[in-house]
Design a protein around this ligand. Structure first.
Ligand SMILES: [Zn+2]
Length: 103
């Protein structure tokens, strides 16, 4: 009765997308969503696409700093990302809870 496509027509807000961002990076997919809803948002939202690009850049830099040790990014990386998110989007504190805290 609807033309709703389950994945693509459940649009999420930028805030929703950005809430998931830390997970995307923490999961090692480097900001590339495997969730169609997220991917669709990324495809259609220049704002978030730019944001992901920025974060990918940060993540790349962090990885380079951390290499060759194949370790997860330090909590400082996530703090960096979080502050960038906050600064660029002026959104309230993200529930950033990386699962890879080392302390
Ligand atoms: Zn967006």
């Amino acid at each position: 009765m609807t033309q709703n496509d389950q994945n693509l027509s459940a649009p999420i807000s930028c805030a929703d997308f950005q809430e998931r961002l830390p997970d995307l990076f923490a999961s090692g997919s480097n900001g590339v969503p495997d969730d169609l809803t997220l991917q669709h948002h990324l495809d259609t939202c220049e704002n978030c696409a730019n944001l992901v690009r920025d974060l990918q850049y940060i993540a790349d830099q962090a990885r380079m700093l951390l290499e060759p040790a194949e370790e997860e990014p330090s909590p400082g990386v996530w703090a960096n990302i979080q502050s960038k998110l906050s600064a660029e989007l002026a959104i309230p504190e993200l529930p950033l809870t990386p699962k890879l805290q080392t302390d």
